[in-house]
Design a protein around this ligand. Structure first.
Ligand code: AGP
Length: 613
């Protein structure tokens, strides 16, 4: 959701902040702003809408300084507008704040401030923060103490960055709870702070991630990290391995298209160092598994949101089939608010690209509190979901910028497959030849994905055919049922075409009523154990006049004859089939949205990281 960038050093802060904010555009926002300190004054520029509008404002009315903060806002309190955009300035113009999160008790705090004569210029909850800090400074506190005193009175989760003209060489930042991360970047004689790694990756890879209830006082040559009570916390910057080029669009029109094509590499990277195809072995050291615990395990829950939850549904079949442990999949926003029957002999796997999705983090916290083992499969390095888990698998896909998740869907499928093999081996339920066969199948995945991507031009023709559709029905069975959900989600979130994913066998219990000559029916029909059943569903949909688009294995004439169009995929092991069948559906959604002239990477109303409920 909201993006934050801050800078202190010798360079032009405005330029660095604006570039950093551009790299956070994918998070979703509706207004933006930047503030710098110059000649003892805070200079502020903001505008509603995209960053280009803010750039125009800055061109007409430039500001320059060596220290500053910027923000992209995703409205929660108050409509998207210039006056509600961050940064927010205090009443006397001495203090300026950017903020991610929601001040849950802001009405009480606002009433208190109003009774003391404060004047609010915006409808935001954030303005209470800056007015409080400023008041404490006016009563004689330093910036750090004033910020600490204020933060201790806020309810909710927050990432905050503050500047004051009284201490013009300092950035004060803090993280409380899970309203998104606060990452501090260490340069040479300059320092950066941001809500997310890509914002500062072009400047440094040496970073420290603040934990909840930690704050930092950042100066260009010295940084102190402390608790909210001022107790110093020792730290050592870690080196983030992401490649800055992976946060650029390169030759592609959109990040989503680039990320779809990156899947050969991202899948290779997620296998690298883990799957050994010479010795037929898999090592997942960061999961910290021990044989005794795994043998006692009587159930696993998988919890996640959106696309990550669809990966979890595939994971259920992988783990139940390979490791023979019962698995339940539950959407994190539901899981967190009930009393799941969890014991120490159970594990909860959380899947998250961002590692900062509020519902997923809350589900993990609940699982921990019940004594279950908590494992995570996460893309964003250093994110909360990685840090709080008992063990994790890093997806290793590099930054995913497009709001529609693609490479962060296929990587966890492979990670779950590897996890299933490791668990199965520890439990003694797979034989050596079986393990070898699983690895043989796994080895082929990047190549199969590459072959699938080669068919992009054929998918474009289907996108042309479907681009004006109003609705679409996606059908799948067995391990490809979640792929029907995922294909439909991809289409609806970026093209705004209403699409539904359905277990194909359920069609006759309702959705079949929707099928007529206007209804595209996308049927995922590889030659697996559900093939004959899928053929029969396709026939039923065809008999009602539906426009049949099938995902089928190369050379499948039977499906071809039944279909108006076919999205071809190569043959894969049935357990790994979803990694391949989802690719044409990602490409299809992408091209339909692009042909409709839509903002593919930043669809309306959506944020990349959903850090609030
Ligand atoms: C998928 O295309 C969406 N952007 C969304 O469903 C996403 O997968 C979900 O919000 C979960 O995000 P996470 O993986 O960062 O936790």
């Amino acid at each position: 959701m909201c993006g934050i960038v801050g800078y202190v050093g010798e360079r032009n802060a405005t330029e660095i902040i604006l570039n950093g904010l551009r790299r956070l555009e994918y998070r979703g926002y509706d207004s933006a702003g930047v503030a710098v300190i110059h000649d003892g004054l805070i200079e502020l520029r903001r505008d509603v809408g995209k960053l280009n509008r803010l750039s125009d404002v800055l061109l007409r009315d430039p500001i320059a300084g060596r220290i500053g903060i910027g923000h992209t806002r995703w409205a929660t309190h108050g409509v998207p507008s210039e006056r509600n955009a961050h940064p927010h300035l205090g009443q006397t113009g001495k203090v300026v704040v950017v903020h991610n999160g929601i001040v849950e008790n802001f009405i009480t705090l606002k009433e208190q401030l109003l009774s003391e004569g404060a004047v609010f210029k915006s409808d935001t909850d954030t303005e209470t923060i800056v007015l409080m800090i400023e008041r404490y400074i006016n009563r004689g506190m330093g910036l750090v103490e004033a910020t600490q005193t204020t933060l201790k009175q806020l309810r909710g989760a927050h990432g905050v960055v503050v500047l004051s003209v009284d201490e013009p060489d300092k950035i004060v930042t803090a993280r409380i709870g899970n309203a998104g991360g606060v990452v501090i970047g260490f340069g040479e004689g300059e320092m950066f702070v941001a809500s997310d790694i890509p914002a500062i990756l072009e400047h440094t890879r040496r970073m420290v991630f603040l934990e909840s209830q930690q704050m930092a006082v950042i100066q260009k040559s010295e940084t102190k990290i402390m608790t909210l009570d001022g107790e110093a916390i020792p730290y050592e910057p870690s080196v983030v391995a992401w490649d800055p080029v992976s946060a650029e669009k390169g030759e592609y029109r959109h990040f989503m298209q680039k990320e779809i094509h990156e899947q050969v590499r991202s899948l290779t990277d997620t296998l690298a160092g883990r799957a050994d195809f010479e010795r037929f072995d898999i090592q997942l050291p960061d999961l910290h598994l021990n044989v005794a615990d795994v043998r006692k395990m009587d159930k696993i829950f998988i919890t996640a949101c959106g696309t990550a939850a669809h990966a979890g549904m595939v994971g259920k079949i992988l783990i139940e089939t390979i490791a023979q442990i019962p698995v339940e999949v539950e959407i994190a926003s539901e899981f967190r608010y009930r009393e799941p029957l969890l014991t120490e002999n159970m594990a909860v796997i959380a899947i998250s690209q961002s590692g900062e999705t509020a519902d997923t983090l809350a589900a993990m916290a609940l699982a921990k509190s019940k004594g279950a083992k908590v494992w995570s499969i996460v893309n964003a390095i250093g994110s909360q979901a990685m840090r709080v888990a008992d063990g994790f698998i890093s997806m290793q896909t590099g930054p995913e910028i497009g709001v529609a998740s693609t490479k962060a869907f296929t990587a966890p499928l492979v990670d779950l497959y590897m996890m299933a093999v490791v668990l199965g081996e520890m439990r003694g339920v797979i034989t050596v030849p079986e393990k070898k066969a699983y690895l043989e199948a796994l080895r082929q995945v990047p190549d199969l994905v590459s072959q699938t991507l080669d068919h992009e031009h054929e998918v474009v023709a289907v996108a042309e055919m479907l681009k004006n559709s109003q609705h679409a029905l996606y059908l799948g069975r067995g391990i490809n049922m979640p792929i029907a959900y995922e294909g439909a989600l991809k289409l609806k979130e970026i093209s705004y075409i209403h699409a539904e994913g359905y277990p194909a066998g359920e069609m006759k219990h309702g959705p079949i009523a929707l099928i007529d000559q206007q209804m595209p029916v996308v049927a995922i029909c590889p030659r697996d154990q559900w093939y004959e059943k899928m053929i029969s569903q396709i026939e039923q949909a065809k008999a009602r006049g539906g426009i049949i688009v099938s995902v089928a294995e190369a050379g499948d004439i039977r499906v071809e004859r039944l279909s108006d169009a076919v999205l071809w995929v190569p043959k894969a092991h049935w357990l790994l089939n979803p990694v391949v069948t989802v690719i044409p559906l990602q490409i299809l959604a992408y091209h339909i949205a692009a042909l409709r002239g839509l903002d593919v990477d930043q669809p309306r109303n959506l944020a990349k990281s959903v850090t609030v409920e």
